[in-house]
Design a protein around this ligand. Structure first.
Ligand SMILES: Cc1ncc(COP(=O)(O)O)c(C=O)c1O
Length: 433
């Protein structure tokens, strides 16, 4: 080509959660039945939307305006509804003008990082959620900048590490956190969120809080929304319906913008996100129309409560299944629907194996484990030997070794089989060399 046409950051566009699928498909073609534990899609794992939510969506499908474009920023009545929800939390007040709807948070994240000045970096947690870390890295052309989540402190952010990195790297313009967190399941107390906001205030940064799991906090854990801690600092919270109705296929999420009128630069940046959306005309209309009707329905709080209780019970079950395995540590999730299983330092090596009965699958796994991180090696052997597809922690911008499981399988027997089988596989693998 006359000119190089590759984007400087394209190599950063990796998504381990989906990349593992290609390997699983190869194994499936060789006759290994796959148990998908890699992706956070409740529908894929058998959850059914309540009939009353489906009825609202079906009703909307009979309305003509569901088929048209809507306002670029999003349907006005939906933005008004969402603004009221923010205001009911107290502390910080927004208007419909502070809400922007996107085609899922995937779309929001692509624009948030894609329209940030290239030299301006956003530091995020490690382990990271790949959509954030890849988008931020691709925008900058460098590896994603991270601060540590500390398993010795219940996966809380290491605030000293965060502040040191912010202090000594003046390209950092923003701090990202996820609460409740994916992949650790940690829920941050208000004091932690206030300290993150305080760092942002002292170093003149903005804050991004991914709150897509905000309504899946297990009982007894205290937390708050960014809107309740933001004060005068520029910030935004990311929310959506993918994990809540749950309706990930709707591709519908939004950002709540705080303090844009207090900072002209931040205001211009937010305007650029909206202008970018304008080129696409708007986000999907029907899911937006459903929001006030579903979330405003008197049955919605009970729906959220039932799901909270369900995931809390499953988190306990998953945590118990991994107790007592030497070399392995799990921190009980406090929210969302993931759990990170950690290998202690030094327990993994590149000689460990699992027996794989299918000879073609064994040969394939033996090939693909060459030169990969040791947790990925375990994940590939687990896949070949049991068909269970989990995501290695090193795929989440993380130096620690481990893997992530989801709490989504709705077939109780299959879920328990999955935990048991993984636990047995770990024992066998660690004992193999
Ligand atoms: C932390 C986090 N943010 C955002 C998303 C994606 O949301 P959406 O379906 O709205 O793109 C996910 C999906 O797994 C997630 O875990």
């Amino acid at each position: 080509m006359r000119r190089t046409i590759e984007h400087v950051g394209w190599g950063q566009l990796t998504y381990e959660i989906r990349a593992i699928v290609a390997i699983a498909h190869e194994l499936r073609n060789m006759g290994v039945p796959i148990t998908w534990e890699n992706i956070g899609d409740p529908i894929e794992k058998g959850e059914k939307l309540p009939d009353w939510i489906k009825a609202i969506i079906a009703e909307l499908a009979l309305e003509d305006r569901s088929y048209g474009y809507c306002a670029t920023q999003g349907v006005l009545e939906t933005r008004e509804f969402l603004a009221r929800m923010v205001n009911e939390r107290g502390s910080y007040q927004v208007t419909a003008d502070d809400i922007i709807l996107f085609n899922g948070l995937g779309d929001a994240v692509a624009k948030i990082f894609g329209f940030l000045r290239r030299e301006a970096r956003v530091i995020g947690p490690s382990p990271a959620y790949s959509t954030h870390s890849s988008a931020e890295a691709a925008h900058s052309g460098y590896d994603h900048l991270t601060y540590e989540l500390d398993p010795d402190n219940g996966w809380m952010p290491d605030l000293q590490d965060l502040e040191n990195k912010v202090r000594y790297n003046d390209s950092i313009a923003g701090i990202l956190y996820i609460n409740p967190d994916n992949p650790t399941g940690a829920v941050y107390p208000c004091s932690v969120i206030e300290r993150i906001v305080d760092i942002a205030r002292r170093y003149d940064l903005f804050v991004i809080a991914d709150e897509i799991y905000a309504n899946i906090v297990y009982s007894g854990y205290e937390t708050c929304a960014l809107s309740q801690a933001i004060g005068e600092v520029p910030g935004m919270a990311l929310r959506g319906i993918s994990k809540e109705y749950p309706w990930p296929g709707a591709r519908c999420g939004w950002i709540e913008v705080y303090n844009k009128d207090k900072n002209p630069e931040y205001k211009a940046y937010i305007k650029s996100l909206l202008n970018a959306k304008m080129l696409e005309v708007c986000s999907t209309t029907l899911p937006q129309l459903s929001i006030p009707r579903v979330m405003g329905d008197p049955r919605y709080p009970a729906h959220l409560e039932a799901r909270r209780a369900m995931f809390e019970q499953r988190a306990h079950e998953a945590w118990e299944a991994f107790q007592g395995i030497p070399g392995v540590r799990v921190i009980k999730p406090q929210g969302a629907f993931y759990m990170a299983v950690l290998f202690e330092d030094g327990v993994l090596n590149d000689r460990q194996v699992l027996p794989i009965a299918n000879p073609r699958a064994r040969e394939y796994v033996e090939q693909i484990v060459q030169g990969v991180p040791t947790d990925k090696r375990f994940v590939y052997y687990l896949l070949g030997a049991t068909g269970i597809c989990v995501v290695p922690l090193t795929g989440f911008c993380c130096q620690r070794k481990g893997f992530r499981v989801t709490l989504l399988e709705s077939d109780d027997a299959k879920r328990r089989w999955t935990w048991r089988t993984i636990a047995e596989a770990i024992r066998q693998y660690l004992a193999s060399a």
